[in-house]
Design a protein around this ligand. Structure first.
Ligand SMILES: Cc1cc2nc3c(=O)[nH]c(=O)nc-3n(C[C@H](O)[C@H](O)[C@H](O)COP(=O)(O)OP(=O)(O)OC[C@H]3O[C@@H](n4cnc5c(N)ncnc54)[C@H](O)[C@@H]3O)c2cc1C
Length: 337
């Protein structure tokens, strides 16, 4: 096992903050994962699993071993008249996997095109975009349970998937995901209702889109709205869209009739966090090297040398101002370390 010491995490997370980890190693098999876990136990060091670093904010150096997940491979395990079953290594690049499936005309994840990160991290916050969540296509998740020291397979219903949440996010660091089993459709049911998808397809003159058209439309929308982390450090949406009760919604609605919110059950509403932030005047605001992105106020950006602590402090200012104006508490989506 090759262990590097005092490694910079700047290029290992999309926020690009210049923190370090005491120890670093790459994982390319279940065997190397066990070796790394045993190394930590022997030396009494904490560990952190890192995928592509697109949903983390390092605010200090990590005083243990960072394990960079690199188990790859896309394997077809079964096929029926209507479905395809695939097992995918946790270290596979998510968008590469989406493109592979789109090329094969296997439907289900095309709306999740261009989300950065690894396949292994996709169940952690149940990634979602354009009306689709990854939980809809996950059959099961294979992981090493560090509490019981067992290899386990959690079926979809065991994963406690919710909006940007799962059993893996609730039990931080307990489960190390090594592969994910997906079920995709041979006859894709295209979901084109959400966001600007219809407009883009219309502009391109596409009346009967196929999987590739839909994926390309989403790539176009995302590229025009979201900052490219290789140019401007960011981790996508910094905050979750908060859920509020129907009675709070009704109270707020009388004050702010233009509020962007929609019902998610008989008693609960989800409000667009971006709208709340924008109403507090944060959109496009920059303080030193940190900013609230000019085209999408849910995204915080690092203009260069911002530290994780500065980004965290900026996010706290936003949380406090939204709380003051709307009495709604924003929760961070990004994993603060
Ligand atoms: C420009 C941009 C756009 C984005 N858009 C979206 C979007 O539309 N929808 C969305 O849901 N997200 C979005 N994200 C967030 C991010 O892409 C996803 O959360 C992604 O799944 C993170 O993958 P990662 O490999 O980078 O995880 P990392 O950031 O490396 O890790 C995230 C968390 O998961 C843990 N982890 C990672 N891999 C494993 C593993 N194998 N086993 C156990 N724990 C693990 C880490 O310890 C950490 O706590 C966006 C990010 C960016 C930068």
């Amino acid at each position: 096992m090759l262990v590097e010491e005092n490694k910079s995490l700047k290029k290992l997370s999309t926020f690009g903050c210049d923190e370090t980890c005491h120890y670093f190693t790459s994982i390319d098999s279940n065997h190397s994962l066990l070796e790394a876990i045993n190394w930590c136990k022997e030396k009494n060091k904490p560990y952190l699993i890192l995928g592509a670093g697109s949903n983390v904010l390092f605010t200090k150096s990590f005083e243990g071993l960072v394990l960079k997940m690199g188990i790859t491979g896309i394997k077809k395990t079964n096929e029926t008249a209507t479905e395809i079953f695939l097992t995918v290594g946790a270290g596979e690049n998510w968008h590469h996997f989406v493109s592979y499936c789109v090329q094969k005309s296997w439907g289900g994840i095309e709306n999740l095109s261009l989300i950065p990160g690894t396949v292994g991290a996709s169940p952690i916050q149940n990634i979602g975009a354009y009306g689709v969540e990854v939980k809809e296509v996950i059959a099961s998740v294979c992981a090493f349970d560090t509490h019981t020291n067992d290899w386990i397979t959690l079926q979809n219903s065991d994963c406690a998937f919710e909006y940007r949440d799962s059993i893996f996010k609730k039990n931080k660091n307990r489960y190390i995901i090594t592969s994910v089993d997906f079920v995709l459709k041979k006859q894709a049911i295209l979901r084109t209702d959400y966001g600007a998808i219809k407009d883009v397809l219309h502009e391109k003159g596409i009346k009967k889109p196929n999987l590739n058209d839909l994926s390309s439309a989403i790539i176009q929308i995302r590229t025009s709205k979201l900052p490219d982390p290789s140019i401007l450090g960011n981790a996508g949406s910094f905050f979750k869209n908060p859920t509020i009760s129907k009675s709070i919604f009704e109270k707020l609605y009388t004050q702010f009739p233009q509020m962007m919110a929609y019902p998610i059950s008989d008693n609960a509403y989800k409000i667009a966090a971006g709208w709340l932030i924008e109403q507090c005047g944060w959109k496009g605001i920059r303080k030193g090297m940190v900013g609230c992105y000019e085209k999408q106020s849910l995204v915080l950006v690092n203009y260069g040398q911002a530290t994780g602590k500065e980004i965290l402090a900026f996010s706290e200012e936003i949380i406090q101002s939204v709380l003051k104006k709307f009495n709604v508490l924003l929760e961070r989506e990004v994993n603060v370390l």
